[in-house]
Design a protein around this ligand. Structure first.
Ligand code: 5RP
Ligand code: FE2
Length: 223
C-alpha cells in the first residue's frame, strides 16, 4: 500500500500568517498541504482560490498541494489551479455534468485527479473512471466547515473503497477528510485509508509536531 500521508487542512490555520503556518506544519512532519476551496454555493462557506495557492508556491512551498474543490461548476477553475501550482485536484461528482471529461481535464493540465464523496454520495460514480483516478477522497463530515465530528459510517465506506482500489490494480490514494483526530486515526487506517486530512486536530494545538507524531504512532498500531 502507499506510504501514509498526513495532510493538514489549512482551513484551520491562521490565514493572517498562512505562509508561516504552512512552513511550520511541514517542518513538523506533514507530507502534503490540504487546500479547501469553497464557493458559498456548493457549500455554505467561502474560502480561498488560485491566488492563494500561487502565493504559497511563491513563498517557497514545494510539498504537494492537494486542492479539494467544493465548488460548482468545477471545470472553468481547473486550469487556473494547475497554473497556480496545484499537485492534486479533487472535485465532487455532483459538481460536474461530465465526470470523465473533468478528470481528463485535470490530467491534461498536468495534475493528479481525484473524486470526492460526501457522506451520503454513493461510490457508484467510481464504476467507469477508476483508470483516470489518482485519489479517492471520502468525506467523513458534511463539507463546508472544519471542526466537525467524524461520522462513523465513513468506516464502512472506506472498506468498500479500499476493496475497489485493491481489485482495480490501479495506484490510487484513499484519503479521508473530516473529524480525523489522534484518537480515531487508528481505526481509520485499519479501514483502509492512506491519506489523512486533519485541520482542527493539528492547527488547534500549539505543538504541530507532537500531534503529527502521535497520529503516526497510532497509524503504525493498525499496520
Ligand atoms: O473539507 C473540509 C471541510 O469541508 C476540511 O478539509 C475538513 O473539515 C478538515 O477539518 P477538520 O479536520 O477540522 O474536520
Ligand atoms: Fe477538505
Amino acid at each position: 500500500m502507499a506510504q501514509n500521508w498526513i495532510a493538514p487542512s489549512i482551513l484551520s490555520a491562521d490565514f493572517a500568517r498562512l505562509g508561516e503556518e504552512v512552513d511550520n506544519v511541514l517542518a513538523a512532519g506533514a507530507d502534503v498541504v490540504h487546500f479547501d476551496v469553497m464557493d458559498n454555493h456548493f457549500v455554505p462557506n467561502l474560502t480561498i482560490g488560485p491566488l492563494v495557492c500561487e502565493a504559497l508556491r511563491n513563498h517557497g512551498v514545494t510539498a504537494p498541494i492537494d486542492v479539494h474543490l467544493m465548488i460548482d461548476p468545477v471545470d472553468r477553475i481547473i486550469p487556473d489551479f494547475a497554473k497556480a501550482g496545484a499537485s492534486y485536484i479533487t472535485f465532487h461528482p455532483e459538481a460536474s455534468v461530465h465526470l470523465d471529461r473533468t478528470l481528463q481535464l485535470i490530467k491534461d493540465q498536468g495534475c493528479k485527479a481525484g473524486l470526492v464523496f460526501n457522506p451520503s454520495t454513493s461510490l457508484h460514480y467510481l464504476d467507469h473512471v477508476m483508470d483516470k483516478l489518482d485519489m479517492i477522497l471520502l468525506m467523513s463530515v458534511n463539507p463546508g466547515f472544519g471542526g466537525q465530528s467524524f461520522l462513523p459510517s465513513a468506516l464502512t465506506k472506506l472498506r468498500d473503497a479500499r476493496k475497489r482500489i485493491d481489485e482495480s490494480g490501479f495506484d490510487i490514494r484513499l484519503e479521508i477528510d473530516g473529524g480525523v483526530k489522534v484518537d480515531n486515526i487508528r481505526e481509520i487506517k485499519a479501514a483502509g485509508a492512506d491519506t489523512f486530512v486533519a485541520g482542527s486536530a493539528i492547527f488547534g494545538k500549539p505543538d504541530y509536531k507532537a500531534v503529527i507524531d502521535q497520529m503516526r504512532a497510532e497509524i503504525a498500531k493498525a499496520e
